[in-house]
Write a protein that binds this ligand. Sequence first.
Ligand SMILES: *[C@@H]1O[C@H](CO)[C@@H](O)[C@H](O)[C@H]1NC(C)=O
Ligand SMILES: *[C@@H]1O[C@H](CO)[C@@H](O)[C@H](O)[C@H]1NC(C)=O
Ligand SMILES: *[C@@H]1O[C@H](CO)[C@@H](O)[C@H](O)[C@H]1NC(C)=O
Ligand SMILES: *[C@@H]1O[C@H](CO)[C@@H](O)[C@H](O)[C@H]1NC(C)=O
Ligand SMILES: *[C@@H]1O[C@H](CO)[C@@H](O)[C@H](O)[C@H]1NC(C)=O
Ligand SMILES: *[C@@H]1O[C@H](CO)[C@@H](O)[C@H](O)[C@H]1NC(C)=O
Ligand SMILES: *[C@@H]1O[C@H](CO)[C@@H](O)[C@H](O)[C@H]1NC(C)=O
Ligand SMILES: [Zn+2]
Length: 379
Amino acid sequence: MKSQSIYSSLLLCILTFTHFLPIAAYKCVDFLDPLDPSKQAIVDCPPTVNNDAYVKPVCAKVREAYDNAGEEISKVLKLKQIIHVNATFTDLFDATILGSAYSARYMSLTSDDKIMRNYPQALVKQFSLTVYPEYNADDILASFNAGQNWWFRTDNETIGSDQFDFYLIVLHELIHGLGFSSSWGNYIEVADNQNTTGLTPNVNFNDDSQFEGFTERIFDKYVKFIPNGVSSTSIYYTSQLNESIPIGTSFNNISEFVTQIKSSPQWDYAESALLSATTNGGLTFIPAKNTSWNEEFYLESSIIPYVQGSSITHISLLYESTSDFLMKYIFNPGESMEYLIQRGGNYSSPIGPRILSVLESIGYETDAYPNPIIPTYEH
Ligand SMILES: *[C@@H]1O[C@H](CO)[C@@H](O)[C@H](O)[C@H]1NC(C)=O
Ligand SMILES: *[C@@H]1O[C@H](CO)[C@@H](O)[C@H](O)[C@H]1NC(C)=O
Ligand SMILES: *[C@@H]1O[C@H](CO)[C@@H](O)[C@H](O)[C@H]1NC(C)=O
Ligand SMILES: *[C@@H]1O[C@H](CO)[C@@H](O)[C@H](O)[C@H]1NC(C)=O
Ligand SMILES: *[C@@H]1O[C@H](CO)[C@@H](O)[C@H](O)[C@H]1NC(C)=O
Ligand SMILES: *[C@@H]1O[C@H](CO)[C@@H](O)[C@H](O)[C@H]1NC(C)=O
Ligand SMILES: *[C@@H]1O[C@H](CO)[C@@H](O)[C@H](O)[C@H]1NC(C)=O
Ligand SMILES: [Zn+2]
């Protein structure tokens, strides 16, 4: 039992894959000495020829899960361009992390309301622009923690009460990589080693270290903050923070910047954003018109204190027993996707209508969302 999990925790699979296309090749890196992580070897690990007893099965199962997740996404999104995902499977030495993913590149585009926002590369590719910012080779960077006790459905065994469903987590992370991700965070105080007292979108400085305002992500166009019951759009908070310091002001270092912005009256908005993100019912998403879900719904704001990457950027736990379970921020061991689908209403896709409405709002085209039907997944 233990030795099995030790071997898999020493394994690093680096796979680059694309939706709908079979992987052409994949590589694994073997760690040769458990006490010396610098001793590594890159090996080919095609399932038919590699005879390393440990590498072969795990890398093959990981790859199959990635492929299946790409297929699942392509069932609901009408993707015009292939999406490249660079995913690693390695021990992250942190029992609290299952995986993470983000867009490998964000691009500044001007939205229809004339606000400049950051768009994830995978989405920009779908717009078929004639002129576009140069693309990164990868659209999505993903990382999964090989140190967890994973359950692979392709083993055809029942999930253990202490196991996590690998496929479920891959699908979750890919949705983040597609753009289910807010720009609001505590980056600037963290950069200055200060405690978190407020949140801001991404801050811009030019090459001369001059402040150039804040940039939201397209996701944030639909976000509403409700501190103390008073609601305001993310757009309003960002435009206020844009006024905190005159555009073009130079700073010698991040400390100077943080000190100045925190002494501006507009820092109140950063504080209100943090309050919203740490108050039940404090944060909502209002989908664009005519999407799969046409009502406002809550985003994650129950985590206290605020956790970067978990707060805001997930759907509220209020919906964990609905067909939108996929984008809750925490998964319990023993919860397979099949179980969650059955509990959530037996929709034909694990990508529920609220989640789909987020992807549609930011600009993905989808096929009409299917009604609840007979489960597609069964053991
Ligand atoms: C995957 O991403 C890593 C980290 O950014 C990078 O070093 C590597 O070159 C990428 N691999 C491929 C095949 O693109
Ligand atoms: C699991 O079941 C599927 C379908 O019956 C089969 O193709 C596959 O080989 C099985 N996997 C294992 C590891 O037994
Ligand atoms: C951060 O908060 C902790 C606990 O409240 C406190 O001890 C520490 O001095 C604070 N650090 C800064 C830089 O304010
Ligand atoms: C904030 O300022 C930046 C830089 O001037 C601008 O591009 C962006 O549209 C502004 N955002 C809002 C919400 O006002
Ligand atoms: C930031 O710059 C100011 C002014 O040059 C200087 O006094 C201060 O020590 C610097 N702080 C850090 C953390 O480098
Ligand atoms: C709403 O969506 C439907 C189905 O995608 C489409 O046919 C219709 O034109 C849309 N209506 C508007 C106002 O965008
Ligand atoms: C989903 O289907 C299963 C099996 O048919 C059933 O037991 C369960 O009650 C259904 N779930 C919901 C929420 O209707
Ligand atoms: Zn997540």
